[in-house]
Write a protein that binds this ligand. Structure first.
Ligand code: 8Y7
Length: 278
């Protein structure tokens, strides 16, 4: 098993860690553009040294209640960081975006992978990713970031999310994206409440039988807050615990802020999955 991302091929013998690199103005405080760029590159270097196989660069905050920046603003945030990482680091560069203009531009700048919380549903997004030969992650979201946490509703969250992901896999294949370039994600925190999170996590194996690898992103999220009662700054231990269990249940990629700890956690989860034959 492997994951193809343009010129790169990632082995899927054990779970991979995707390190989160936010380049939104709120993520690197008030230091200005140059400082933000240097800080982002330093964070990327550190995550690679800690064992991240993929760096996920994001210029759109998709926090609950947020609204998207302009395309120009998103590009201004993301492109210099993609170029700098491509020039210096031997790592798969993912960009967290939904817009076809951004997808085309970041692939031209050296990115390998498109991580789309809207599952490549914006007009032209799937085509742009296919044209660039990118690896893709299609994630499920109910609603939009502005409204998704108001009153999420499902009759059966696992079946509905699973069926939607199957439909997106088919759309990607029809659009010319190779099967070994597709990853799916049920989208923890995106239009789900505490009971939905627990139901999806309990049934995580159901998302590993879609014919493509499963990505799980729970790092520092509300699910961890709901289970531990802790604020965002104190959610590392809970996030790492969930990462180990997700790996034990068959997740192939873990999206995480705390890369070093998550790398250890997924090694343990993967070894237990194999029956202890580490
Ligand atoms: C996820 C994600 C975010 C996730 C994938 C946060 C961009 C919110 N979460 N992408 N992005 N899966 N594939 O709290 O769960 O990190 S942003």
């Amino acid at each position: 098993m492997h994951l193809r991302c343009r010129s790169r091929t990632l082995p899927l013998a054990g779970p991979l860690v995707m390190g989160v690199l936010n380049v939104t103005p709120d993520s690197f405080s008030d230091g200005g553009q140059h400082v933000a760029h240097d800080a982002a590159l330093a964070a990327a270097r550190r995550m690679v040294a800690e064992g991240a196989a993929i760096i996920d660069v994001g210029g759109e905050s998709t926090r609950p209640g947020s609204s998207p920046p302009s395309v120009d603003e998103e590009l201004r945030r993301v492109l210099p960081v993609v170029r700098a990482i491509a020039a210096e680091l031997d790592v798969v560069i993912s960009v967290d975006t939904s817009r076809p203009e951004v997808i085309a531009a970041v692939l031209a700048a050296g990115a390998h992978f498109i991580n789309d919380v809207r599952g490549l549903t914006l007009p032209g997004a799937l085509e742009a990713a296919a044209a660039g030969g990118a690896g893709v992650c299609v994630m499920h979201m109910q609603g939009t970031p502005a409204t998704m946490q108001r009153a999420p509703h499902y009759d059966d969250v696992v079946t509905e999310v699973r069926d939607w992901l199957l439909g997106r896999i088919a759309a990607c294949r029809d659009g010319g994206i190779a099967a070994d370039a597709i990853v799916v994600d049920p989208g923890f925190g995106f239009g789900k409440d505490a009971s939905h999170h627990l139901a999806m996590f309990a049934a995580l194996e159901a998302f590993t039988t879609l014919g493509v690898p499963l990505l799980v992103g729970v790092s520092r999220k509300s699910m961890v807050g709901q289970l531990t009662g802790r604020p965002v700054a104190e959610r590392t231990a809970g996030s790492v615990a969930l990462a180990a269990i997700a790996a034990e249940r068959g997740a192939a990629v873990l999206r995480a802020h705390d890369v070093a700890a998550t790398v250890d956690a997924v090694r343990i989860g993967a070894a237990l999955r194999r029956g202890g034959n580490a």
